[in-house]
Design a protein around this ligand. Structure first.
Ligand code: FAD
Length: 317
């Protein structure tokens, strides 16, 4: 079922979770071990992130270095199929532009379609760690907007190979990312919102937000979206703070602010367990307030912390 159908049929705020494919070499059981404690909450769907390859330098026997491209977390399409089969729950694959040609993307979309997956969260992706700015792959999509246009064409039966006449139509429900605290490359929030509107006008049916720790930022973002004619559901993305290192990592990597009260409380903690307790309490309060405000879904980035998410969701269920 499509994300938008779940939302349209819901009588209350829904729950959804997000997982990361395991590092290459691990089995699908690492995903099941991660999700098993969370399935009692009957998530409406599970998102699975997508990862580009990274350039690494491997030392050769003669002491010289060789440049190699390594995809450390492959398997998004397979994991989606496994999750659907194992739990009978919908899976939402993320699809990114970075590192992939349009042809590779089309092939991934065809696989998803054959598997009966009719959702996709479409993203640009970031620059590889050793590069300063995003560059599309040769023959790849340049932005999430380009990727939306490719998926919309496929939904209309139009494949890259123009010789395919009357190709079968895919039926993807398209989601995109939104940033309550602005995407870091956008000159200001107003321009970022105009670009978000372009994505919605091109075919995006809902928005999933970057994590935020201050609900006010989400409420203001939703208001601004509505004022700018963006009327699709806006799903809040939520993540627990669980250690002191995140006080600098999250702002640096995800470009989000941490509220003074939360960061002060985390700084006072003596152990990771104490941090986890503070982060859990904060997320419970955030979730309760969002639910009370009638958000369509509470989407949790579970990344490595299923027990924390379980502790949160059981308090708000
Ligand atoms: P876009 O919508 O393409 O926007 C990127 C930037 O370009 C923005 O600053 C925008 O304002 C600007 N822009 C847009 N149009 C124009 C234009 N016409 N001219 C100039 N500038 C323009 N990354 C992964 O690698 N894998 C994942 O699975 C993944 N999942 C994510 C899930 C969510 C919910 C979120 C919020 C992010 C996720 N990301 C993921 C990270 C994402 O790829 C990055 O944040 C990336 O930097 C931007 O992606 P986007 O789809 O928002 O890009």
């Amino acid at each position: 079922m499509k994300v938008t159908e779940h939302i349209a049929q819901a009588k209350d705020t829904l729950i959804s979770f997000e997982v990361l494919p395991p590092l290459k070499g691990k089995t699908i059981n690492s995903i099941y071990d991660h999700l098993d404690p969370l399935m009692e909450f009957k998530p409406s769907w599970i998102n699975v992130t997508y990862h580009r390859s990274e350039t690494m330098f491997k030392k050769k026997a003669d002491g010289s270095f060789e440049k190699v491209d390594v995809r450390k977390r492959p398997g998004t399409v397979g994991i989606c199929a496994a999750i659907m089969n194992h739990y009978q729950v919908d899976a939402v694959p993320h699809i990114i532009c970075g590192g992939f040609t349009k042809r590779e993307t089309e092939d991934a979309l065809i696989d998803l379609n054959f598997l009966g997956i009719d959702n996709a969260l479409l993203l640009r992706g970031d620059a590889p760690k050793n590069e300063s700015s995003f560059e599309p792959e040769k023959g790849g999509n340049r932005s999430a907007l380009d990727l939306i246009q490719q998926v919309v064409r496929l939904n209309n039966g139009l494949y890259l190979d123009e010789e395919i006449l009357s190709g079968s139509r895919t039926n993807f429900c398209i989601g995109v990312a939104g940033y309550p605290e602005k995407h870091f490359e956008a000159p200001n929030l107003e321009i970022d919102l105009q670009r978000l509107k372009e994505k919605v006008d091109a075919g995006a049916e809902y928005i999933m937000t970057q994590m935020f720790f201050n609900n006010q930022k989400y409420f203001e973002f939703v208001d601004l979206c509505r004022k700018n004619g963006i009327n699709v559901p806006i799903i809040p993305g939520l993540k627990p703070l669980t250690n002191k290192k995140q006080l600098s990592i999250l702002p640096r990597v995800f470009h989000v602010d941490l509220p003074t009260e939360l960061s002060n409380d985390i700084m006072k903690c003596k152990t990771d367990e104490e941090c986890e307790q503070v982060g859990t309490e904060w997320l419970i309060q955030q979730s309760r307030e969002l639910k009370k405000a009638g958000v369509p879904v509470l989407h949790y980035y579970t990344l490595g912390k299923p027990k924390v998410i379980k502790n949160v969701v059981e308090k708000i269920a």
